[in-house]
Design a protein around this ligand. Structure first.
Ligand code: NAD
Ligand code: 44H
Length: 387
């Protein structure tokens, strides 16, 4: 079995590649980072180490890589032969890989009649659906009919904290032992891939919203509050009782929304939140607040982890999400110079003011109470008032 995986980064090597190997796949990583591509081809193996007391080590074998910048034809060839295509490149990169995927699938139609699934493993709602849209923008109406019969783009939710790596061994990845990978089986085509660790579900929405609005909302709030307080890593931020309490309160808001919306059992959801808070505090992981807070404009999008649950809270719980509003305000205060989106956000606030910036990036409309709530919280934070 051959898998093509776009993105040999933290989650690509540390999670998807690892599960693929354990399920008997040969994995061809596609990346634009020539150092990683060359090392993968030289070693054809890498280590995944658990960030816990065990420090258990897995050797991931049967891997090689292709540089899509210098060898796009090889990527096209490999997609034509593959049994599965996955991606973990970041939502903003999906449009950039869609051209090669379209070419690979076009070639496959001519040479291979086996169905194929393409799964984007990004932190977003509808990642594979977005990738499909971008692929379909590049093909003819006739091709769309053929693609519909042969290719599936099932959405997915993936969860495993993999920080940026600073190991001497450039291929090694330190990961938390915990993981979850849920895939929408209703959008799959042909036989389901036999991958140990995937949960196939009929309705992905509760899974992706539970994950995005708990793990990623809490993570983002811890990151932005940590940055605001001058703290370097997530676990250090969680050691501050004030920050920990605000993260908890935010997850109580998203929890109330999720429990009401999906009829989750409240006690089970509380346990889920507690587990996630303990994952953020994992002393074996050093995860920079600037990684977790990266791309604040993306994270402030209408359907992402901050604005989306806040909007739904107003609609479904019918109360004001004060803590989510505070978390959103901290994202607007995030001005890390090493992050282009943070720099853009700060420039925009300076030139157009906060209110116009909120409308521009969140796409919230004037009717919602959220904008005023965010502005109030922003003002308090600017005055140094955290609670
Ligand atoms: N790290 C985590 O904890 C985690 C967990 C769950 C989901 N995710 C999601 O996985 C995705 C990747 O995150 P990551 O943390 O692994 O990031 P990363 O930066 O470590 O990895 C991304 C990889 O994509 C590569 N890339 C960039 N442009 C490319 C292109 N045009 N073609 C092929 N490869 C390209 C980069 O070189 C890099 O190796 C994101 O959507 C993220 O939200 C991350
Ligand atoms: O990858 P992002 O930028 O969408 O979000 C940053 C982190 O919250 C994220 O990578 C988590 O570590 C991951 O989602 C855990 O499953």
């Amino acid at each position: 079995m051959l898998a093509v995986h776009f993105g040999a980064g933290n989650i690509g090597r540390g999670f998807i590649g690892s599960l693929l190997y354990q399920s008997g796949f040969q994995t061809c990583f596609v990346d634009v980072n020539s150092e990683i591509v060359d090392l993968l081809n030289e070693k054809q193996a890498y280590r995944v180490v658990f960030a816990d007391h065990s420090q258990e080590e897995l050797l991931i074998k049967n891997v090689h890589a292709v540089n899509s910048k210098s060898d796009p034809d090889k990527v096209v060839e490999t997609i034509a032969q593959a049994d599965l295509v996955t991606a973990a490149v970041g939502p903003n990169i999906l449009p950039l890989i869609s051209g090669l995927i379209a070419q690979g699938l076009r070639k496959r139609i001519q040479t291979n009649d086996q169905p194929l699934n393409i799964i984007a493993c990004e932190n977003m709602i509808g990642g594979s659906t977005l990738l499909k849209e971008k692929v379909y923008e590049k093909i003819s109406e006739e091709e769309k009919k053929m693609f519909n019969q042969r290719f599936g783009f099932p959405d997915a939710a993936v969860d495993r904290i993999v920080p940026n790596q600073t190991n001497e061994d450039k291929l090694m990845v330190m990961v938390e032992p915990f993981y979850e990978w849920a895939v929408d089986q209703t959008k799959m085509i042909g036989e389901k891939p036999k991958i140990e660790g995937i949960t196939f579900v009929d309705d992905l929405k509760p899974y992706i919203e539970r994950k995005l609005f708990t793990v990623n909302t809490g993570h983002a709030v811890a990151a932005y509050l940590g940055y605001y307080a001058g703290i370097k890593t997530i676990n250090e931020a969680m050691e501050q009782q004030g920050i920990k309490t605000l993260v908890e309160k935010t997850l109580q808001e998203t929890g109330l929304l999720l429990v009401q919306k999906y009829s989750f059992d409240m006690d089970t959801h509380k346990e889920y939140i507690a587990k996630i808070l303990s994952r953020f505090s994992n002393p074996y992981i050093s995860d920079d607040v600037t990684r977790v807070g990266r791309s604040p404009i993306r994270k402030l999008g209408l359907n992402d982890r901050l604005i989306n649950p806040a909007r739904q809270y107003v609609e479904i719980v019918k109360e004001e999400p004060v803590y989510l509003a505070k978390g959103i305000a901290t994202a607007f205060l995030y001005d890390y110079q090493g992050d282009d989106e943070a720099v853009e956000l700060k420039d925009k606030i300076n030139s157009q003011g906060l209110e116009a910036t909120i409308y521009e990036y969140t796409k919230l409309t004037k009717e919602t109470v959220l904008v005023d709530l965010i502005i109030n919280q922003f003002t308090l934070l600017k005055d140094g008032i955290l609670v």
